[in-house]
Design a protein around this ligand. Sequence first.
Ligand code: COA
Ligand code: MG
Length: 289
Amino acid sequence: MLRSWLFVPGDSPAKMAKALTAGADALILDLEDAVAAANKTQAREQVRDFLAAHKEECTAQLWVRINPLSTSYANEDLAIIVGAGPDGILVPKTDSGEDVRELDRRLNLLETVNGVLLGHIKIMPIATETARSVFALNTYANVSRRLVGLTWGAEDLPAAVGASRSRWDDGSFTDLCRMARSFCLAGAAMADVPAVETVYPAFRDLEGLEAYAARGRQEGFVGMLAIHPTQVPVINKIFTPTADEMAWAQRIVDVFDANPGLGVINLDGHMIDAPHLKQAQRILGFVRR
Ligand code: COA
Ligand code: MG
């Protein structure tokens, strides 16, 4: 299970090197918004070289965020980086599951041409960054065997609809962002892949991050995007089941195993039935990569 996904600007070899020691489960080498147009070419080559140098020994998965499929940048990104065999592609500004199908087709061709094992490169879309995307979060089921998660973004959506902000002064999201976030959760479940929480931009506020991430986990997210190395340990902690949670989950499973005829059980004064059993099995199924 990938808990923490650390963004690193693809035109910064110093940050890419530093990110290796951050303890993230995945690094996302960014070719999109963190890289100015003038630096795109150079960034692609730096990302390719970084992948080639580190993919064997690195314990983190190495992902690349390409530019949106609707731009000519995307094909240039893919042409340079696929041969270096990244673990996955984070694709921004998808309109629907059809975009994942389209990326899957492009990867099939490029993996074949570059001698990369067919299907090796996984896909995760940032599925809430265009106006159209909000109406299509139910379209990601069965689009590609490469699909391993769904995430959402709150920075581009406001601009897409002419809004000037995504959060109010107290940090809470505007209605459109809240709706997109919830639909991302449901859309991911519908596609049977994990939902990954968006970035917490105030990277000095680790307490705020912890509270935010904890809420996200309780709402169903299984991991989270990060923008700064100090966010990684907080995210890893929150998205790892605690010993108490494991013990409680084990008791639930044990009590149902011992009482196969019972549908609902009183456990220390809590009513426990089928959905609790499902949650308990999910917690026990957590595997740290
Ligand atoms: N990955 C790797 N290293 C990072 C990093 C990241 N995402 N963010 C910061 N660092 C490094 C810095 O280079 C600095 O290294 P140094 O001590 O060797 O000089 C150290 O961590 C401390 O950084 P700090 O001074 O606290 O922050 P900063 O002002 O250098 O950087 C940001 C702030 C936001 C520019 C930076 O965190 C960043 O680039 N984040 C990722 C942005 C991104 O990719 N966005 C796209 C997705 S939303
Ligand atoms: Mg963006």
